[in-house]
Design a protein around this ligand. Structure first.
Ligand code: XMP
Length: 516
């Protein structure tokens, strides 16, 4: 088993996984455990350091999340971030005040004694870099034995430390991308303060997950829902490594696929996956259920439930299927589930928020803690071809969330034609591989046009092409105007029923990537 270098205790922040991700990027292995984990269980993993994450609650709440005080006596360094800092301040005898004023956004970090004797936490960091604050409570009085190691205009205690006890704390979030050099501070904590020197690689994660799957599944069978996208393909390949023929891969033709997609997926899997692919024909079932439904969340829920129904019907054809495997990723989880209350459900990603209570399967989701770029690395590790790994993501609910309003066969056909033209042009221009995702959306908007000498009153299609690293944030792609023009001209000329094409120039946030 891999040695755990750093334990992250999770107090419920949306960013907890980003801490783990930053450390993994530096080949430092860490595990996330719930904040209430007993010190004996932490010791059993023999870590070299502990990080207390941020969290939405207040240290003065009646049911405030507490840490086992033994964590501070383990003799290994501790770093608190945001709520983690406030926890440390109170646990060591300082105080925290509630503030009505929420400090959210950028702040310039001033490192104390930058020229002479800065804390090891800031080794190799530039001074006056931007960090990201997101808090309302703040430390009012630092505990005895602690000193201030960095400040910002609004935070006299932006970072504090008791170097003798090896306890460090930051008010800001070093793990988010907006914190310049935040990754360096986490690296300094792990390497320079905790003395981590092992080199952890994605292949260790893969081996560990394969071991866990084997142990969990025993001699049972696993049905794996495949979409043809990279996530579920990687899960299927992992499962095949772990349990061989006990894997039943199922691809559902839900009638919401892009043009030629079913044939492409069948072909890809024939060549690259050793287990024989089951294709379930369920287009009529899905389209029947979606008829007349226009609310986006309702559409997502219906699709999620229908997927499970189809999987259960398939499972009945095989003996002993107890498990359903899915390629759920961390961003699906964080946007679908309200963690500890106050965070909002953005949209129910069908494989998380869309699952029904009555489902009989036990879930296997080996990628649940990862981001897509990390999954792509695992795919390469598993020997999957680049063409499979670099496919753009395609959401489980498919074209249903790209048709505004209710979904019907005629609109699906129209959208498919526009979509394939756009993808064609994007691939020919080389922009497909340079972008995260590209698709067309059928807006429920008709407008007047003139074709030849005739008036038209037809549909509008929106082209959406975005750049992203992990899908959590995205910017619209700055495509050359002549490429946009070609896409627009071809769609309008070649697809009967579309007379206007627009380009989506919004980023995420505040928009999302998909329209529904
Ligand atoms: P949003 O629209 O939330 O999308 O900004 C972020 C990424 O997730 C994909 N997406 C989904 N993937 N099931 C999936 O498997 C879903 O229900 C789902 N909804 C969105 C989306 O295509 C983008 O890549």
């Amino acid at each position: 088993m891999t040695n755990v270098s750093i334990i992250v205790l999770d107090f419920g922040s949306q960013y907890t996984q980003l801490i783990a991700r930053r450390l993994r990027e530096d080949q430092i292995y860490c595990e996330i455990l719930p904040y209430h984990t007993k010190v004996e269980d932490i010791k059993a993993k023999n870590p070299k350091g502990v990080i207390l994450s941020g969290g939405p609650s207040s240290v003065y709440n009646k049911d405030a999340y507490e840490v086992d005080q033994g964590v501070y006596e383990m003799g290994i360094p501790v770093l608190g971030i945001c709520y983690g800092m406030q926890r440390i301040a109170v646990d060591f005898g300082g105080s925290v005040i509630r503030s009505d004023h929420h400090e959210y956004g950028k702040a310039e970090l001033n490192i104390n004694n930058y020229e002479t004797n800065a804390s090891k936490l800031f080794a190799d960091c530039d001074n006056e870099r931007i960090v990201w604050m997101s808090h309302s409570d703040r430390v009012d009085e630092i505990p005895a034995g602690f000193e201030v190691i960095a400040t910002s205009a609004n935070s006299p205690f932006a970072a504090i430390a008791n170097e003798e006890k090896n306890v460090y704390a930051m008010q800001f979030h070093p793990e988010v991308q907006h914190s310049e050099e935040g990754y360096l501070m986490l690296r300094n904590f792990a390497k320079k303060i905790c003395g981590v020197d092992e080199k952890w690689k994605m292949e260790h994660f893969l081996k560990e997950q394969i071991r866990i799957i084997k142990e969990k599944v025993g001699d049972g069978k696993v049905l794996c829902g495949l979409s043809g996208g990279v996530d579920s393909s990687v899960v299927a390949a992992m499962l095949y490594e772990a349990i061989g023929d006990q894997l039943i891969p199922v691809f559902v033709d839900n009638g919401l696929l892009r043009k030629g997609e079913r044939e492409q997926v069948e072909q890809i899997f024939k060549v690259n996956l050793k287990a024989p692919l089951v294709v379930a024909d369920a287009a009529d079932l899905f389209l029947g259920r979606l008829a007349g439904i226009s609310d986006p969340e309702q559409k997502r829920k219906i699709i999620g439930h229908t997927f499970i129904e189809v999987f259960e019907q398939e499972a009945k054809k095989h003996d002993g299927i107890k498990f359903l495997a899915q390629g759920t990723l961390y961003p699906d989880v964080i946007e679908s589930i309200s963690v500890n209350g106050p965070s909002e459900v953005i949209k129910s990603h069908h494989n998380v928020g869309g699952l029904p209570d009555w489902m009989d399967f036990e879930l296997i989701e080996p990628l649940r803690e990862l981001f897509k770029d990390e999954v792509r690395k695992i795919g390469l590790e598993l020997g999957l071809p680049e063409s499979m790994i670099n496919r753009h993501p395609f959401p489980g609910p498919g074209l249903a969330i790209r048709i505004m309003g209710d979904v019907n066969q005629a609109d699906l056909d129209l959208l498919r034609e526009a979509d394939v033209i756009m993808l064609d042009e994007l691939k020919a221009s080389g922009y497909y591989t340079r972008t995260w995702q590209a698709f067309t959306v059928l807006l429920n908007v008709k407008s007047v046009g003139v074709m030849g000498d005739n008036r038209t009153y037809d549909n509008t299609v929106c082209v959406r092409v975005v750049e992203a690293v992990d899908g959590m944030t995205a910017t619209f792609a700055h495509l050359p105007h002549d490429l946009l023009e070609r896409i627009s001209r071809r769609i309008i000329n070649e697809v009967d029923g579309i007379n206007r094409v627009v380009y989506d120039i919004s980023s995420k946030p505040p928009a999302t990537i998909e329209w529904e």
